[in-house]
Design a protein. Structure first.
Lengths: 64, 247
């Protein structure tokens, strides 16, 4: 298992970096920033479980 | 022989607050009527606390329907991560560096501590983005926003001092790099990142207390002012008669 993980996550080399003008980021940090952006967009777009039911109940309860 | 005052038998005299003699101070009954003024700082503090945060606001049993969105989840995800950070950190502090480097269970808790920190910052950054784009300082919530932003800033050195307290080559590399940064801005004499004792004290005592205190204040302010509503709801509330300035 550890051999398999070592093959996938080979850290025995200098860190890979992304260089653009003055921006100098490790690939690991770029991946994390990308994941945060993806999660941020998904959090806005994906419906929350039960949100529609609660909204319907609220409209029904406050329809007077 | 010392002089002993002649104390009459019976219950001790009552306190000057007007409590009947013999009534214990912990009886639960308020020692003054709610409307009456009192010079006691505990009464003043209690009254201010209850006025600012009544029990139903402090521990509500429901939230507005607009809170049913994934973007509102990341604040509590940050707090959940912080709880795991503090819990795993307490175990690491109890056992020490040799344990977290040399034993399997120590490696496990070391990893729990690291990855909960990663999740904490991940959730906190998404929370920050969400609140920034919904202008969460609206409706008198400036202090909510400010305490959240300061928490983020204080959490950064809290994490940095953790990375330099690992007691390995990684920590040595980070601490010497960070020491250069501190020296370059003229504060290297106050914050010596190559001093394990100083950094460990910062990491496990001073900065966690600051982060937990700031998070607590942030949550109390959210409870007081409520979760910021979406823009369109604020517009509706502003248009409604008698609702101006509520949202």
């Amino acid at each position: 298992m550890s051999l398999l993980l070592a093959a996938v996550f080979n850290l025995n080399h200098p860190a890979h970096t992304v260089d653009w003008e003055f921006i100098h980021l490790s690939v690991a940090n770029v991946v994390v920033i990308g994941l945060m952006l993806i999660v941020f967009v998904l959090a806005i777009l994906l419906p929350f479980p039960g949100a529609a039911r609660r909204e319907t109940a609220r409209r029904g309860g406050g329809a007077s | 022989m010392s002089a002993v005052p002649n104390v009459p038998p019976g219950p001790p005299p009552g306190p000057p607050s007007g409590r009947p003699p013999g009534t214990p101070s912990w009886s639960g009954a308020p020692s003054h009527s709610p409307g009456a003024s009192s010079k006691s700082w505990t009464v003043k503090l209690r009254e201010r606390g209850v006025a600012a945060l009544p029990p139903d606001k402090l521990l509500p049993d429901g939230q507005p329907t607009y809170v049913a969105s994934w973007i509102y989840v990341f604040g509590v995800a940050s707090i959940a991560s912080l709880i795991v950070i503090v819990g795993s950190g307490c175990i690491l502090a109890l056992k020490g560096p040799a344990w977290w480097h040399e034993t399997g269970v120590g490696h496990f808790f070391n990893s729990i501590h690291l990855w909960s920190v990663e999740l904490f910052f991940f959730a906190m950054v998404v929370h920050l983005w969400g609140k920034y784009w919904m202008a969460a300082w609206r409706g008198g919530r400036a202090r909510v926003w400010i305490t959240g932003a300061i928490t983020f800033l204080v959490a950064i050195p809290c994490a940095l001092t953790g990375y330099v307290s690992q007691q390995n080559f990684d920590a040595q590399w980070i601490s010497t790099q960070a020491k250069d940064a501190m020296n370059s801005v003229g504060v290297g004499a106050f914050f010596n990142l190559t001093n394990f004792g100083q950094m460990y004290s910062y990491h496990i005592l001073l900065l966690p207390i600051a982060v937990v205190a700031l998070v607590s204040l942030h949550v109390l302010l959210v409870r007081r002012h409520g979760v910021v509503p979406p823009f369109e709801l604020q517009d509706k509330l502003a248009d409604a008669p008698g609702e101006k300035g509520r949202a």
